[in-house]
Unconditional design. Structure first.
Ligand SMILES: [Zn+2]
Ligand SMILES: [Zn+2]
Length: 92
């Protein structure tokens, strides 16, 4: 990664997690949220969580991603439960 300039969101996206790049990413994300009209500091709002998406109606990339993962997980659990119930029904 010699060509990557540290302290940029670009470097962070390339996988660098050094302090400079993490901070640059945080600043860029905050700017992005502001551009969407999302308040920067909302009590209890933690980005990248399903609560951020559902409770705080945040629609930033991180919260949308968390919501997507949570929904996928929920569907997988439900599908597993349905399959188990079906198996149990057949076993009788
Ligand atoms: Zn870096
Ligand atoms: Zn968010």
């Amino acid at each position: 990664m010699s060509a990557v300039k540290h302290g940029t969101p670009y470097a962070y996206n390339k996988g660098c997690r050094c302090a400079n790049c993490t901070e640059a990413k945080r600043v860029a994300h905050a700017k992005y949220r502001r551009s969407l009209g999302i308040p920067e500091r909302k009590l209890g709002l933690e980005h990248g969580t399903q609560a951020g998406y559902t409770n705080h109606r945040c629609r930033c990339d991180e919260c949308k991603d968390a919501q997507r993962r949570a929904v996928a997980e929920y569907r997988a659990i439900r599908a597993a439960n349905v399959a188990r119930a079906r198996d149990m029904g057949l076993a009788k």
